[in-house]
Design a protein around this ligand. Structure first.
Ligand SMILES: Nc1nc2c(ncn2[C@@H]2O[C@H](COP(=O)(O)OP(=O)(O)OP(=O)(O)O)[C@@H](O)[C@H]2O)c(=O)[nH]1
Length: 737
């Protein structure tokens, strides 16, 4: 759906002196809402109806977009009109309801996921997948099976990837705990993969990008890293944990050392089903009772290996030693007898002496909770709790609520004669942005204005105070005087109530922004022919950014657009512009050679625009101080090239002014007007200024219309200027907090 923002230039709202947003009579006020709390926010009876229709229309629009799998969050499509690749990870949302994508769905049965997925699922295991089919929770040793807190799995995914990349160093840093020799060595063996990069090979700058290969390659590439990570964690955890009481009595087990040293190969395949089980109901697999001597049941230690990627629990019935995972299947035994008192079976093979002594502290030591975000403590004994079912998914909220902000936006549109059926999501969204962006000026202006106006009849003292406030907002002396003279005249004719003064001031302010001679419709780029917009201004006011935003807006509005990178002075400008162009899907004509002649670039760009049938050519120029003659001469040359090469085009020269520079911008404007033949102004950074009143001074002093305003750095933070909306936003009495 294309929304033509430039059509807004076609509407010249000639408002009468009567304010459009007069407060409604008390009996007419609509159902009580937030906005009806104050007299001025009361709405006319049919206005609420208007707002409801608009809300319904917009929410339907949003829902339709969501169901079409083109959610509004798809910024590429919404902002640029381009289609982005289908998002595979977004589950098709249920029927109509909107936006919010459902929370994590119940994990499907896992079957041999690819490496990267395995890594992710491994995390999910720790964060709350359904209970494993294995042993009952009651039988689990209490101290080892705390319930995993409900941590969002997605947020934890990055750490996994990071840890993968950091495995080798982590291994190296693992404290060589004397009691864990085998553990410390084990991880060292597998890492051949990350180590392998040809460090000594030719200076290929991409060499360090070894890590990604672990993800894209076969499963075996990624898993060892994860495996190693776990090993490291284990090594860190072991000395910290304490064994259950019998640990000291337990005869040494040959099992654990082997398991620690077990080769990573089997582990690296995929995340097995068992490994995807949540850790909470930890339980040794019920399996090898027969194979194990009943008198030597191993302590029902938490079998942390189950969480290792690729680890598969041995089948329960026959205790066949799995050649791949010998140590795992042997030792386990969940005999229902008092878990703590049980002792592990005698080692099947003569274990190495050293690790055996440490064995007791190792088996239950792996604290999987360490993987949980923010969990630093390891409570000794927490009662096992069943894994909490996933929290009920929040009901999708409508995109637009009938809150004060929405009502204000709808009211502003309605007051301009818009029909609720025609209102668009973008317009409502922009009005919210605009009001929010002007917050700094508004906060310092509105309350004071209201305080003065609400005091009673407007006299000389009040007029003086009002003038001070307007000057403080950088409205300028001339404009202030003009506005207050009109107010004085009006008050002289008739007594204005406090509620009437503010609307009157609004109408006067709005008038100052509208030039008699200006016809906005003439500014809108013509379709089917070339329009050239030359963008000029001093350094850092936001020219390049503004061009990027306008390009996106133009594409969104259905114009074939091209950009000329005429700022050859600042090298990064071309790069910056290229990025904006890529985002908007707009070609950028640039000359990469340093100190290229900007006039030549513009010449080429005009040719390219013609050959491609572009309708709008945006020309960036280098920032320059207005007192640098050579640079200003260069700009004049660019303008001449445009006039000559695009004589049939509709040309606009737009000065970008930074609102935070206040009255200084006026001096800049005067010089640029002579050199570039200015036809309009774009004001940026209104969001960073408490003096948005400069907008009025600019129009008055330069007699140039404002064409766009910017209230932020993002692509959709710039829109065509609308005096009515601007003043309403500036003097809105809604508090944004
Ligand atoms: N807050 C805010 N920042 C803005 C706005 N417009 C632009 N900026 C920021 O202003 C800074 C300068 O923007 P540029 O586009 O590089 O300015 P420029 O005029 O091209 O700079 P030169 O090429 O040096 O002349 C960037 O950080 C922009 O993100 C705006 O409306 N609001």
């Amino acid at each position: 759906m294309v929304f033509d923002w430039f059509k807004r230039f076609g509407k010249k709202e000639k408002k009468e002196e009567e304010p459009l947003l007069e407060p409604a009579p008390p009996e007419a006020s609509a159902p009580q809402t937030e906005s009806s709390a104050t007299p001025e926010a009361q709405v006319e009876p049919d206005y609420m109806r208007w707002a409801r229709i608009a809300q319904e229309k917009l929410n339907t629009e949003v829902a339709q977009q969501a169901t079409a799998d083109e959610a509004i969050s798809d910024w590429q499509r919404v902002l640029y009109g381009t289609s982005s690749p289908p998002a595979p990870s977004v589950p098709a949302p249920a029927p109509p309801p909107p936006v919010v994508e459902p929370a994590a769905p119940p994990p499907p049965p896992v079957e041999e996921p690819p490496a990267a997925t395995a890594a992710f699922d491994w995390q999910r295991v720790l964060y709350g997948t359904p209970a494993p089919p294995a042993p009952p929770v009651e039988e689990a040793p209490v101290a080892e099976a705390p319930p995993p807190p409900p941590v969002p799995a997605i947020e934890e995914a990055p750490p996994v990837l990071e840890s993968v990349a950091a495995v080798p160093p982590a291994v190296a840093e693992a404290p060589p705990a004397p009691e864990l020799p085998a553990v410390a060595e084990a991880p060292v063996e597998p890492p051949p993969i990350p180590e392998s990069p040809p460090v000594a090979e030719p200076p290929v700058a991409i060499v360090p990008v070894e890590a990604p290969s672990a993800f894209e390659g076969p499963v075996t590439a990624a898993e060892p890293a994860i495996q190693s990570t776990v090993e490291v964690e284990r090594a860190e955890a072991e000395p910290i944990e304490e064994l259950p009481a019998p640990a000291a009595e337990s005869p040494p087990q040959a099992v654990e050392p082997e398991s620690v040293a077990e080769p990573p190969a089997p582990v690296t395949k995929t995340v097995s089903e068992s490994s995807l089980q949540p850790p909470a109901p930890v339980e040794p697999p019920v399996q090898s009772e027969e194979a194990l001597p009943p008198e030597a049941p191993r302590s029902p230690a938490f079998d942390w290996r189950r969480f290792l990627p690729g680890y598969r629990a041995a089948p329960s019935a026959p205790a066949q030693p799995d050649p791949d995972t010998p140590p795992v299947s042997e030792p386990v035994n969940p005999v229902p007898e008092p878990p703590v008192a049980q002792t592990p079976p005698p080692p099947a093979e003569p274990p190495a002496a050293e690790p055996l002594e440490e064995e007791p502290t190792r088996a239950p030591a792996f604290d999987w909770r360490r993987f949980l975000a923010g969990n630093r403590s390891t409570p000794a004994a927490e009662p096992p709790e069943p894994v909490a079912p996933p929290a009920p998914q929040p009901q999708p909220q409508p995109q637009f609520q009938l809150d004060a902000g929405f009502l204000w936006s709808a009211e502003v549109l309605a007051a301009q004669g818009r029909r609720p059926e025609d209102v668009t999501v973008e317009e409502i969204t922009w009005l919210q942005k605009l009001r929010f962006g002007l917050g700094r000026t508004r906060r310092s202006l509105v309350n004071n204005l209201k305080a003065v106006v609400g005091r009673g009849p407007i006299g000389a003292a009040e007029l003086e105070e009002l003038e001070a406030l307007l000057l403080q907002a950088d409205v300028g002396l001339t404009v202030s005087d003009r506005i207050l003279s009109a107010l004085q005249e009006r008050v002289r004719r008739e007594a204005l109530s406090a509620d009437q003064v503010l609307p009157f001031l609004k109408s006067q302010l709005r008038r100052q922004l509208e030039l008699e001679a200006d016809d906005p419709a003439q500014f809108a780029p013509r379709r089917g022919r070339l329009n050239v917009w030359l963008i000029v201004g001093v350094n850092g006011v936001g020219k390049t950014t503004t061009i990027g935003k306008i390009a996106a807006l133009a594409v969104r509005s259905g114009y074939k657009t091209l950009i000329a990178a005429g700022d050859t002075f600042r090298a990064a400008a071309v790069e910056q512009l290229t990025i904006w162009g890529e985002r908007a899907g707009v070609m950028v004509v640039a000359n990469p050679s340093p100190k290229a002649d900007p006039a030549a670039v513009v010449y080429d760009a005009i040719g390219a625009a013609r050959s491609r049938g572009a309708e709008l050519l945006l020309v960036d120029t280098a920032g320059r101080l207005q007192n640098k003659k050579n640079l200003m001469d260069e700009l004049a040359k660019v303008r001449r090239i445009i006039d000559k090469q695009a004589a049939d085009a509709h040309v606009e020269a737009l000065l970008v002014l930074d609102a935070t520079t206040g009255q200084n911008g006026l001096q800049q404007a005067r010089v640029f007007r002579e050199v570039a033949g200015l036809t309009g102004v774009i004001i940026t950074k209104l969001d960073g200024s408490a003096k948005a009143g400069i907008t009025l001074a600019i129009v008055d002093e330069l007699q140039l219309p404002i064409r766009f305003i910017g209230v932020g750095e993002k692509v959709d933070d710039l829109r065509p200027f609308n005096s009515f909306e601007f003043i309403e936003a500036l003097l809105s009495d809604i508090d944004d907090g």
